[in-house]
Design a protein around this ligand. Sequence first.
Ligand code: HEC
Length: 448
Amino acid sequence: MAISRRDLFLAGGAALISRSSLGAADSGSGMITISPSPKDLETPVGDFVNVITPTEHFFVRCHTMTPEVKLADWKLEVTGLVDRPGSLTMADLKKLPRVSMQAVLECAGNGRSFYQPRMPGAQWKFGSVGNAVWTGVRLRDVLAKFNLKSGGKHLLFDGADVPIGKMQDFQRTIPVEKGLDPDTILAYEMNGKPLTAEHGFPLRVVAPGWASDSWVKWLRKIDVLDHEFDGFWMKTAYRHPAQHVPPGTAVDPKDMVPVTDLNVKSLIATPNEWAAPGTVTIKGVAWSNASPVTKVDVSVDGGKTWNAAKLGAKPTKYGFRAFNHVWKAPEGSHVLMARATNAAGQVQPVEPEWNPNGYLYNAAQPRPITVSKSPQALASVSDPSAASAPGVYKAACTGCHDDHFVSQQRLTRAQWDREVTKMTGWGAEVKAEDRAALLDYLAATFKP
Ligand code: HEC
């Protein structure tokens, strides 16, 4: 029987385990903490033996503090290019036809930490992705109540979250065609229960096949515009080059396009890092955009040869597809890989498609594994710590968030310079005479 690191963890083998490059769970929640506040949590790979990701193990991505919305004070307002601007209560929404669907939610930045050269941002590895059953109403049924004007081309979503410091409010548009797609819904339930606060209570956008930046949480307003919104979160963040660029290229946001469709992708859940010799079932999940997964290949020799994996029955249009491959595992070191293909013929690349903001990583990621009779003490990769940080860092950089965001970065001095400029733009206070010392510290401690 193959024992994953998560199984070991659950069996009390915690002494073997420390924070590793493959994402062992932090003790407590069983999730990997990217940032405790704003709350960003990653799902450990072992959880992806499930086709439906349990809500309590579903990744969390928040740009700001999680708002606590009270239903009694809440309504959904619809304004802009509609004939009858107005609002709906939750009771009004629940009178519209109820629809339920599985759909994969994946952060555009999932896998960012694997890109070389590195870039700033939440350093996600494998698990800012999950598959849930979302229940709610079709967005087009909601819009029909207000009657879209013909000039309405983009739907601006605003949630109840409040920006931190001087950062811009998290607001995003999707084109009206995506909004009118019968598969685009406003969900009030996740996995059969009302949304939790972290997942957007009371209402969130479900834009299936698209990355999660379009799945706005805590939705309270839809403004129908005749143009794509010009805020920071549309025109600077969440953009990638339309064409492939060589790794390390700087690209002006103007020359990039908004992130929309997910890439076809797969993830090996088990075994993870270690297995006992003998028959090992390699298991995982694969997902895609609107074009479903049709094939998953598995390699046990680092990509030299590939074997077609067995796919789980009954695929849903936007959900995870399970796969498994039975392997006679000999003792020694091996590299596992999985590579999915979709109906449109898109295949996971072996080489990552680098882009300046680190979005939509979908390379077939090599997963080194030791096959041995007893579990090895696994080497731990410890993050540099900010414990001995100078006063200037403590004063300027720990007011809004703790060290997590900083200590996970691996950046050059020039990249740190831009990051400090971004943070001072949001309200961090760095005196001109302290800036060089701060950059010296950041560039020396959290370097590539
Ligand atoms: C006014 C509040 C505030 C201060 C002060 C602040 N930050 Fe941030 N920082 C944020 C927020 C909010 C985020 C999360 C943004 C998100 O999730 O999109 C963040 C995220 C980050 C990240 C993750 C990458 C990114 O750009 O999202 C890094 C690195 C970072 N901060 C570094 C710093 C450094 C270094 C300092 C001190 C110079 C600092 N921060 C001070 C608000 C602040």
